[in-house]
Design a protein around this ligand. Structure first.
Ligand SMILES: *[C@@H]1O[C@H](CO)[C@@H](O)[C@H](O)[C@H]1NC(C)=O
Ligand SMILES: *[C@@H]1O[C@H](CO)[C@@H](O)[C@H](O)[C@H]1NC(C)=O
Ligand SMILES: *[C@@H]1O[C@H](CO)[C@@H](O)[C@H](O)[C@H]1NC(C)=O
Ligand SMILES: *[C@@H]1O[C@H](CO)[C@@H](O)[C@H](O)[C@H]1NC(C)=O
Ligand SMILES: *[C@@H]1O[C@H](CO)[C@@H](O)[C@H](O)[C@H]1NC(C)=O
Ligand SMILES: *[C@@H]1O[C@H](CO)[C@@H](O)[C@H](O)[C@H]1NC(C)=O
Ligand SMILES: *[C@@H]1O[C@H](CO)[C@@H](O)[C@H](O)[C@H]1NC(C)=O
Ligand SMILES: *[C@@H]1O[C@H](CO)[C@@H](O)[C@H](O)[C@H]1NC(C)=O
Ligand SMILES: *[C@@H]1O[C@H](CO)[C@@H](O)[C@H](O)[C@H]1NC(C)=O
Ligand SMILES: *[C@@H]1O[C@H](CO)[C@@H](O)[C@H](O)[C@H]1NC(C)=O
Length: 872
């Protein structure tokens, strides 16, 4: 690990030197490595920012009272396993502020009890329903708050899903930036309305697990010294990867987590271009940036690049040392880190805190991540402070009902030749391990790092303990019994003889459950090091489907998966009468799928990704082998914006089910497309300058005032503090390079607190970017008629052709979910904003509407574009 201030700074700026870190000169000759431009100083908060002004006032009043040590405490985690949450900051006992709790996950409270497990972001995205996305966020925010969590570590827009194999794609929403943007914004609004700070993560280019951290990769036997670099050009960054983060910032997200990987050969948590320029300057982000766990690699350099909080605080887990803590105190005292920068860090943290309605006197944390025991050491790694650590607070309320609804409505009906919905079938045979329980219990594998029994969650830190898990087998059996059906299940994929005997009988309706799992890189399940190693079904799933459908003419297939799987070999069989994708459904899995299979919920879910015919048909994949010697593996995002459906449309590679596709038990027709131009006035680039960077309060420069107050409380083993252990700066820093003067290695302008020019694309106090970008330029309406005999919901989608030679054939721009009674017609109404109609112009450095002819389409999916009109 790179750990000195010197290398630290260099890696965050200059391309030539970024290359030297980890790669031999010979390797450098062969390829010019992508590089990241420096951008300094780090933007400070804007007192007038929309949605933040009140929080700013409160934060300013609070931070103005703080000492330097107290400010540093807010910015620095107390170390891995030092307190109850997965990450905690220091506290400010003098003012009654307890330690802030940063805790997983995007599907529920991780490692706790009496919490709910929600469907994954990806599954919820398949509802294409803004209201449901928000309700899920609100319920998760309530549960987090009920446990004492300050910041819930989600939702996810990175990975967005560049490669379908990406291990953590299920934690996010969709490879489409508009759907992900809606998903992340609604979830954030929900979480924060409930009084919990949301954390938009992982910023940015965190598209695969392999090589995201050099240390983890070494554990798998890869000899690399630096983390993967995601090499992303400016246009692709804006039009694809940054897009949903703009929506997150516009939604007022309180925190953003920078990622493990490098972007253009500069670590994301010290990349001044990413944090200072894109996030804080262009998007006008007012909250705080925290590091992913161990993603910080430098002290002063990361502060200058815009990092505001280090998590979990130690340089590496359990070193007891920190790039910040003592070092940040020293860095401010010796003038390396300007006072305005530490003040801005503290201000951002407290503004996010007050913005979601928190008061200084928060109730205590009532659970412990490291143990479910009622009593134990509150300082886990130090084994100190024995007390009640778990109060087993039940925060689930009636969320089970919502979870059941979400997973049912996020289920996508991919094929139905008439076997569904089921209506008192004579004989139901349920086949497959994915229908049954994990015999060792739903929570038996740590962080769900196995694929046994029905798949209702992926693996890694994006998980939570199930309070119960309704299996498809138990729910379907209950339904069958209520109906007077005969019911049998075989809950293994490896009993061909018995399965054949069962499904070959007369009158059988066979439902085969299959799955494909993935997760976070620190766990290897069956040779899948986070990322999937293939796109096929797991555990003999394809043979299972092929076998059952060769014996049974009414075979229904249900897929639980973290992304697309290859169904090419069997989807077309006439004996496969229905196929459903049930995603990652959470605790109510069996009830949700039963509701859909029996028509209690008329499906309307739409696939949030494309189902390619082959792995190669996607055009993108995970990089599984280092390609830069011992240096940072280089993942060039050379496909640009062409991922998922945009690639299939461009390259015309074979697909089975397109993005946005999904069936209903009823049918709909589309007509009467109307386009209305709105009167929104011209675009006005932002001009002017910020105010000077403010500072709040004074601090002593006498080092004696910063020495650990051992008379007040004992030092806890491996705990990270803001104090110096001795009043000698060099000794206290424990850094042999301590004392090299700031001028030698801090970037030009990094300490400059004078007024800074506003970017033309940035807002004037409008988080999310220039507010004119969000002006509605067109309103589009269409009539949707329910032409079937059942009430149902339709998800009309608005696509746009931007018309340029380098543009995708179509891009999703808006959608809605509308309930329509049989025979009735409803109006779909959608809008196109200036951003929707623009491309990122790399020369102007702004969004520009090109002269190319623009066409709008309204239809059922990215390929069923029933209606079309040219924009004037
Ligand atoms: C910093 O935080 C630690 C841990 O919560 C606490 O013990 C200490 O008193 C705090 N220091 C100051 C100066 O507030
Ligand atoms: C200060 O940071 C340096 C790396 O820049 C690290 O080696 C040292 O251990 C840190 N000191 C403390 C006291 O955490
Ligand atoms: C559990 O799943 C793993 C793969 O995750 C597999 O290797 C193992 O055989 C399974 N065990 C049982 C009992 O199904
Ligand atoms: C059950 O199967 C038998 C034999 O194929 C057939 O005659 C009968 O109609 C079936 N009954 C139902 C309800 O499907
Ligand atoms: C794909 O990976 C899964 C999970 O490791 C495995 O069960 C399956 O056999 C693999 N498929 C092929 C075709 O090798
Ligand atoms: C469909 O199922 C029947 C048994 O009901 C079987 O005879 C036939 O071969 C199957 N067809 C296919 C294409 O698998
Ligand atoms: C699927 O079936 C249709 C009609 O039977 C056929 O035209 C098509 O080629 C098949 N597709 C594949 C991939 O087998
Ligand atoms: C720093 O503070 C200590 C303790 O209060 C005091 O003894 C010492 O004289 C001070 N040093 C300076 C340079 O003021
Ligand atoms: C200031 O403190 C930081 C953090 O310990 C250290 O890296 C740097 O070398 C120090 N600089 C000076 C000029 O003393
Ligand atoms: C430093 O700031 C000045 C004035 O804002 C600017 O002209 C110059 O380009 C900046 N230098 C760097 C290296 O960013």
């Amino acid at each position: 690990m790179k750990s000195t201030g010197l290398l630290a700074f260099l890696a965050s700026g200059s391309p030539a030197i970024a290359g030297i870190v980890g790669a031999s000169p010979q390797q450098l000759d062969k390829r010019a490595l992508a590089s990241s431009d420096p951008f300094y100083p780090s933007p400070w908060m804007d007192p007038a920012a929309d949605g933040w002004a009140e929080a700013y006032v409160k934060a300013k009043a609070f931070v103005s009272q703080l000492t330097l040590l107290e400010k540093v405490n807010l910015t620095t985690g107390v170390g891995w396993e030092a307190e109850q949450c997965v990450g905690q900051s220091g506290s400010i006992p003098r003012l009654g502020l307890r330690s802030l709790c940063m805790h997983d996950s995007p599907v529920g409270v991780r490692g706790s009890d009496y919490n709910s497990v929600f469907p994954s972001g990806q599954t919820t995205a398949a509802t294409f329903d803004r209201n449901l996305l928000k309700k899920r966020g609100y319920a998760m925010g309530e549960e987090a708050k009920g446990k004492g969590i300050t910041v819930l570590l989600g939702p996810v827009a990175g990975p967005i899903g560049r490669a379908p194999e990406g291990g953590r794609n299920w934690e996010g929403f969709s490879p489409d930036p508009v759907l992900t943007g809606v998903g992340i914004a609604e979830t954030i609004t929900g979480i924060q309305d409930a009084g919990t700070i949301a954390c938009a993560k992982h910023f940015i280019g965190n598209e695969q697990e392999h090589f995201r951290q050099a240390g983890e990769a070494k554990g798998y036997g890869f000899k690399i010294a630096e983390s993967l670099s995601s090499n992303i050009d400016d246009k692709t960054m804006h039009e694809l990867y940054l897009w949903p983060f703009a929506d997150a910032v516009r939604a007022g997200v309180g925190s953003v987590m920078c990622s493990y990987n490098q972007v253009n050969n500069s670590y994301a948590c010290q990349n001044s271009k990413l944090i200072n320029d894109l996030l804080k300057n262009e998007l006008g982000f007012q909250g705080f940036v925290m590091s992913d766990w161990q993603a910080q690699h430098t002290g002063a350099a990361s502060a200058a690049a815009g990092l505001d909080m280090t998590m979990p605080g130690d340089t590496e887990f359990n070193t007891g040392l920190s790039f910040w803590g003592t070092n940040l105190t020293l860095g401010v005292l010796n003038g390396t880190v300007p006072e305005w920068r530490i003040d801005d860090m503290a201000l951002r943290i407290m503004a996010a805190y007050f913005k979601v309605g928190k008061t200084v006197d928060q109730p205590p944390i009532n659970f412990d991540f490291w143990s479910l025991d009622t009593y134990g050491p509150v300082h886990w790694v130090a084994k100190k402070g024995y007390q009640q650590i778990n109060f087993h607070v039940d925060v689930r309320a009636d969320h089970g009902t919502l979870i059941r609804e979400l997973a049912a409505k996020g289920t996508v009906l991919l094929k139905n030749t008439g076997s569904l919905p089921l209506n008192k079938p004579k004989f139901l045979a349920v086949i497959g391990a994915d229908a049954g329980p994990n015999l060792r219990g739903p929570n038996s594998c740590s962080d769900r790092g196995c694929d046994n029994g029905t798949l209702a969650m992926g693996w890694g830190s994006g998980t939570a303990n199930f309070p119960y898990l309704v299996t498809p087998d138990s729910a379907l059996q209950a339904q069958a019994l209520a109906d007077g059906s005969r019911y049998e299940s075989v809950l293994t994929n490896y009993a061909a003889t018995q399965i054949k005997a069962l499904v070959s009988q007369a009158n059988v309706t066979a439902i085969v459950f299959v799955n494909a799992d993935s997760g976070e890189g620190y766990i290897n399940v069956d040779g899948n090091e986070g990322d999937r190693k293939n796109l096929t079904l797991w555990a003999n799933g394809d043979d299972l489907v092929k076998n059952v459908s060769s014996w049974c003419s009414n075979t229904i297939v249900v897929i639980h998966s973290t992304g697309p799987v290859l169904v090419t070999d069997w989807y077309n069989s006439t004996n496969v009468t229905a196929i459903l994708w049930a995603g990652i459904p959470g605790q109510e899995s069996g009830n949700s799928i039963t509701d859909v299979l029996y028509g209690k919920v008329n499906p309307f879910g739409r696939s949030p990704f494309t189902w390619g015919a082959t792995r190669e048909s996607y055009g993108t994949d995970v990089l599984y082998t280092p390609n830069n010697g011992a240096g940072a593996p280089q993942q060039d995002f050379s496909e640009g914006v062409f991922i998922d459906y945009r690639y299939f449309d461009k390259a015309n590679t074979p697909l089975i089910y397109e993005f946005g596709y999904g069936l209903s038990y009823t049918t709909f027709s589309y007509s009467n497309l109307k386009v209305q131009k709105a009167n929104s006035g011209p675009y006005t680039p932002t001009t002017g300058k910020t105010a000077r960077a403010p500072t709040f309060g004074n601090f002593s420069t006498n080092l004696t005032d910063y020495v650990f107050p051992s008379d007040e409380f004992p030092y806890i083993y491996e705990y990270i503090y803001p104090y110096l252990n001795v009043s000698d700066a060099k000794k206290a820093s424990a850094d042999p390079q301590y004392g090299q003067t700031a001028a030698q290695f801090l970037p030009p302008n990094a300490t400059d607190g004078s007024p800074q020019p506003l970017l033309r694309s940035a807002g004037k106090s409008s988080p999310g970017g220039n507010s004119k970008l969000y002006d509605v330029l067109y309103t589009i309406t269409a009539d949707i008629k329910n032409t079937g005999s059942l009430a149902g919901d339709e998800v009309p989608q608005l696509y746009l052709s931007l018309g340029g030679a380098d543009d995708p054939k179509v891009v999703l721009r808006d959608f809605d979910r509308i309930r329509i009674q049989p025979g009735k017609t409803a109006q779909f109404r959608a809008t196109l904003t200036r951003r929707d109609l623009s491309n990122w112009d790399t020369t102007v450095q702004d969004w520009v509407v090109s002269n190319a002819t623009k066409t709008v389409y309204v239809g059922r999916s990215s390929r069923k574009l029933e209606l079309k009109a040219t924009l004037s």
